[in-house]
Design a protein around this ligand. Structure first.
Ligand code: FER
Length: 467
């Protein structure tokens, strides 16, 4: 007892000291709205503690960004009223999520007349299975307030928030410094750009396809002992296999970035392969966005079945011998996949569908596109949830790295920022910040939606992958 009092006095002493310098205010994060159906009332009447009554809970629903489902019948709200219009409530019931997890709820609180009028706040406690994806409900503090304007009839609508530290996400986004001046001039030791060819069977049709390949200066085909990591880079909608390596424009050339990184020893020599998700990279005019959205989603199949095996047969990569799925998975850490805009979307889809072939991801100015049954694009939270579900269903959950980049003047900057923000909620699969991070995001002040800025991001991103 003495010890407890001592600890309490320490707490109060500290609270007193902080009262003058209080600058921290916790934040509330919306968790869900509960619409709880009730029916009838069971009166006990006057007891030594006050007027006791209970109100049966007969069903309902709940919905929020990360959780939704139904309220199960069989619970009740136990109320104890004392003089002066003061009621203590304790609602005890179960809810079940749409994916079948039952969660116990104990919602304690107060209904009274506060200084500002009616006051109805409670402190819900959730008991969720610790091995479920809702374990976070066990490890947070929540507050709840009646919602009188929801329009819900036949019961009570309640909004629930999580008490948390204010989100400083904006401050955690990496900054991108201007790249060093010498990068704007060609390097002394220059790699080569080659074109490779392969064919793909798609819908019973044989397609002849090409890709451009950056081959580093020191590369020697006969030296079979030296193996090379491979970076796959996907162009944007309306672009083609030449957009990264031999663009017709005079922006900072990616080849120059690669030559310098290697010459300066900032990065181990790598092969960079630029394929296309289009069926025919010479004819990308028709239906381009429609085609791009579908084909970026399916490209992982071609990467696995055609592109990786072709590259392995032509160059000294870590994949040797038969390029079957086991051999591709065993060498996934030696592969990176990145892309710009629709190529960034292709990168996210590669993570979702093709995680076994690639460990490192570079989404450059693009967010995740997922759709509901009616074809309507889902928001960042839903897309992040879909991504987490896909990755968690794979054999490589948590075993991957994401290096995301965009610019503040880039049309994909805000969508990508939002999707990364939403992915942070899916730890330990996605770990944003800290020693064990596998999800990173940087934005260039003034960066725009074009290869000139994208190639600058690659100057910083590529050396991070294989140290
Ligand atoms: C995005 C914004 C724009 C994005 C893609 C685009 C995949 C591409 C637009 C285009 O090609 O016209 O967030 O993410």
């Amino acid at each position: 007892m003495k010890k407890v009092l001592f600890l309490l006095s320490l707490l109060f002493a500290q609270a007193g000291a902080m009262a003058q310098t209080q600058e921290f205010t916790p934040a509330l994060e919306f968790v869900m709205q509960l619409q709880v159906k009730i029916q009838g009332v069971e009166r006990v009447g006057e007891t030594p503690h006050g007027t006791r009554q209970s109100i049966p809970i007969t069903g309902g629903t709940f919905k929020g960004p990360k959780i939704e489902g139904t309220v199960l019948a069989g619970g009740a709200d136990y109320q104890l009223s004392t003089k002066g219009g003061r009621t203590v409530v304790e609602a005890i019931y179960n809810i079940r999520t749409n994916d079948g997890v039952t969660i116990h709820v104990r919602n304690n609180g107060l209904i009274t007349q506060g200084q500002g009028g009616f006051y109805f706040y409670t402190n819900p406690h959730f008991e969720a299975p610790i091995d479920s994806k809702y374990n976070w409900l066990n490890n947070n503090i929540f507050v709840c307030r009646i919602n009188n304007t929801s329009g819900f009839m036949g019961g009570v609508a309640l909004d629930v928030w999580r008490v948390c530290d204010p989100d400083n996400y904006e401050q955690t986004i990496g900054k991108i410094e201007p790249i060093p001046g010498e990068i704007w001039k060609p390097a002394t030791q220059q790699g080569k750009i080659e074109e490779i060819h392969y064919s793909v069977m798609k819908n019973g049709q044989k397609l002849n396809k090409r890709a451009q390949v950056y081959v580093p200066y020191s590369y020697n085909k006969k030296d079979k002992k030296t193996r090379y990591n491979v970076v796959y880079l996907m162009h944007g909608g309306g672009d083609n296999t030449t957009s990264f390596l031999t663009p017709p424009n005079d922006w900072l050339p990616l080849k120059q970035v690669l030559d310098h990184l290697i010459e300066q020893g900032k990065m181990k020599p790598v092969l960079v392969v630029c394929p296309t998700f289009y069926n025919d990279d010479q004819n990308i005019g028709a239906n381009r966005m429609d085609d791009a959205t579908k084909q970026t989603r399916d490209f992982h199949i071609e990467l696995q079945d055609n592109v990786i095996p072709t590259v392995a047969s032509l160059y000294n990569t870590y994949l040797q011998g038969k390029a079957d799925s086991a051999a591709i998975a065993a060498t996934r850490e030696h592969r990176a996949f990145g892309g710009f805009s629709m190529g960034a979307l292709c990168t996210w889809y590669q993570l979702a569908y093709g995680i076994s072939a690639v460990r490192n991801y570079l989404p450059l100015s693009g967010d995740i596109w997922t759709y509901d049954a009616d074809g309507k694009k889902l928001d960042a939270n839903k897309s992040a949830q879909w991504m987490a579900d896909m990755v968690n269903a794979s054999a490589f959950a948590g075993d991957f790295e994401v290096y995301g980049y965009s610019g503040t003047k880039d049309m994909a900057g805000t969508p990508q920022k939002n999707v990364i923000k939403a992915l942070r909620d899916y730890a330990p699969t996605f770990r944003y910040g800290g020693m064990n991070a596998n999800l990173r995001f940087s934005m260039k002040e003034g960066g725009e939606h074009f290869y000139g800025d994208i190639n600058q991001y690659l100057y910083y991103a590529l050396p991070l992958i294989w140290k």
